[in-house]
Design a protein around this ligand. Structure first.
Ligand SMILES: Cc1cc2nc3c(=O)[nH]c(=O)nc-3n(C[C@H](O)[C@H](O)[C@H](O)COP(=O)(O)O)c2cc1C
Length: 462
């Protein structure tokens, strides 16, 4: 049996992800496992069609494809994303069709599920038999039980291939309607009220639906906001994953390209940021992915903190819940606010016009009033994940994050609540006494839960 492993780490063989693969190889000596580095040499794969064709040929001959990757900004690295786009652009899907597939990642488990959903959806689009996904925390490697778990997973993958086990499609094909959006006239222009607004697009094409949506948004204001395009700035390459930015947030590309000044001018200084892009497969373009990866020069500090964030998306987003989850995660996690997500899906162009106008109005009003929607589970748990990681495990490497979290009170461990801990220490033994326990449970618990709220409301009513 031959397994082709497509490696999505920008560090190639030197990455953490590959160390797990070395372990798998040790455990499955009788299986031919060929690892093909993809993300770290994407530029040459893209330029040199022969190199791309060679990979596709190996895929065609394999019995199973193992997609391995490190998590990069809730997804895969931009180089891996580009490789996936090339499969579709160069019509190489035939090589993957009907093959068995599984995915494996290493990460700190920060939105790892969205990356695995993405790869599974891509496998579904390529009409592969997707067997399952395995997400390892970077350090799981050092625990025998976790290594065993991976061994079982990989063994099961091989077994599924041998048995020709039936698989189910979790992500049905996206239905793309080529509807033309025709802009109407803006009924009433609004003032930006001195707020700095930037619309960022990966490539502006005035005649495309996205171009017209952008124009309509810009036209909502009496003072035209800035429109900037990723295609017009010098970006030397994708994130290398070197984490040299960890100490002082200085990126190895600083001075070599324009990414950092672009980001600081158009994101950091803005009050309202609108991200505009067309869906490419199950995400936006690889250029957008590279933008998010490169924004890692600010490591684990929230890039959109305190901003109003909006999205203009061309494509079937309502069918792609995973991407929607990713877009919603950014403001949720960053303590920013989602001003809206507008797509070109509505049949009636007037509905798109009004959705854009509503987003423009909301973004300015919320920026002015300081309204931020409270975080939900993904945002809260994401921050806790980072908080815990920066406190001990990653502190030495990500010193800038440690200092930022300390300064901003992000090390808000519940065990620091001394008053609550004293109360717990006193009440715990008391509540073990049967008659107090019974009385508390039957007569005081429900009332007690709202007592403090009522005290505050009474004080307010006076
Ligand atoms: C730019 C960048 C973005 C990352 N994004 C995520 C992420 O969204 N979620 C996560 O859990 N880990 C994230 N990580 C951590 C990596 O996934 C993790 O360190 C992985 O083990 C690296 O594997 P590699 O050495 O094979 O490249 C990120 C790391 C970098 C450098």
């Amino acid at each position: 049996m031959t397994i082709v492993v497509l490696n999505g780490s920008p560090k190639g063989n030197a990455g953490v992800t590959m160390q797990y693969m070395h372990y798998v190889r040790l455990k499955f000596k009788n299986t031919a496992i060929e690892v093909i580095p993809v993300a770290d040499r994407i530029q040459s794969i893209e330029k040199n069609e022969k190199a791309f064709d060679e990979i596709i040929d190996k895929v065609r001959q394999a019995d199973g494809i193992f997609w391995i990757f490190p998590l990069y900004h809730l997804l895969v690295h931009s180089g891996y994303k580009r490789f996936i786009e090339l499969i579709f652009e160069r019509k190489a899907g035939f090589a993957f069709r009907d093959k068995y597939a599984a995915s494996f990642s290493t990460s700190i488990k920060f939105s790892d599920h969205t990356a695995h959903n993405y790869i599974e959806a891509i496998c579904n689009d390529l009409i592969m038999h997707f067997v399952g996904s395995f997400s390892a925390q970077m350090d799981d490697f050092f625990f025998p039980a976790e290594r065993k778990r991976l061994e079982l997973f990989f063994g099961d993958f091989l077994q599924a291939i041998a048995d020709k086990r039936p698989t189910v499609v979790r992500f049905p094909p996206l239905k793309t309607a080529t509807r033309i959006y025709t802009r109407g006239k803006n009924k009433e222009k609004i003032s930006a009220m001195g707020k700095r607004i930037t619309v960022i697009v990966d490539g502006y094409e005035p005649d495309s639906n996205l171009g017209k949506m952008i124009d309509h948004f810009l036209d909502c204001f009496t003072e035209k906001p800035a429109l900037v395009s990723l295609s017009e700035i010098k970006i030397a390459g994708g994130c290398k994953g070197c984490v040299k930015c960890g100490f002082d947030n200085i990126c190895v590309f600083d001075g070599a390209d324009d990414f950092r000044p672009f980001f600081e001018e158009n994101v950091t200084k803005a009050d309202i940021v609108i991200i505009a892009g067309e869906m490419k497969d199950r995400y936006l373009s690889w250029q957008w992915k590279r933008f998010f990866d490169r924004s890692f020069f600010k490591t684990h500090q929230p890039n959109f903190f305190g901003k109003q964030l909006g999205f203009l998306v061309s494509g079937p987003l309502s069918q792609e819940a995973n991407l929607r989850q990713i877009l919603e995660f950014y403001p949720d996690f960053s303590q920013a606010n989602l001003a809206g997500i507008v797509t070109d899906e509505p049949e009636d162009s007037a509905d798109i016009d009004s959705a854009i106008a509503v987003m423009a109005d909301k973004a300015v009003r919320y920026a002015e009033s300081g309204y931020f929607k409270p975080s939900t589970f993904p945002g809260i748990s994401g921050r806790m994940n980072f908080r815990d990681s920066m406190y001990v495990d990653l502190k030495l490497i990500f010193q800038a994050d440690y200092n930022y979290y300390k300064k901003h009170g992000w090390f808000d461990f519940p065990q620091k609540k001394i008053g609550m801990r004293i109360l717990n220490a006193v009440l715990w033994p008391l509540l073990q006494i049967p008659f107090i326990r019974k009385d508390f449970r039957n007569n005081r618990m429900s009332k007690g839960m709202t007592m403090r709220y009522q005290q505050v409301l009474k004080a307010m009513a006076k």
